[in-house]
Design a protein around this ligand. Sequence first.
Ligand SMILES: [Zn+2]
Length: 106
Amino acid sequence: MSCGGYIKTWTSWTDLNLGRRFEACEISRRNRGNRHHWEWLDASTCARGKELIPGLLRIMRAMEDDLKLIEEQKKEVEDKLKMVDREKKELEYKVGELGKQKRIGQ
Ligand SMILES: [Zn+2]
């Protein structure tokens, strides 16, 4: 049984098979029931690895979420800084105009 699809090497990202490579065609890759071609290339993760990986993934994802939040906050601060800078330039301009008026008035 072949779907005619090209067989490639993929990497699994599931908790229990993290980083484990397998060989499959495009269709079998997502649906093992296709039965065309699907085969692990790497040995299965050891019991200790299976125990550790889900926890490590949780920590990694939490750190990624934190990083996203920090980047959003950074953007907000940068936007505020731009606004303050614009206000500063406006005030500098006004001060300049007032200085001119003062000189004219003298
Ligand atoms: Zn196939």
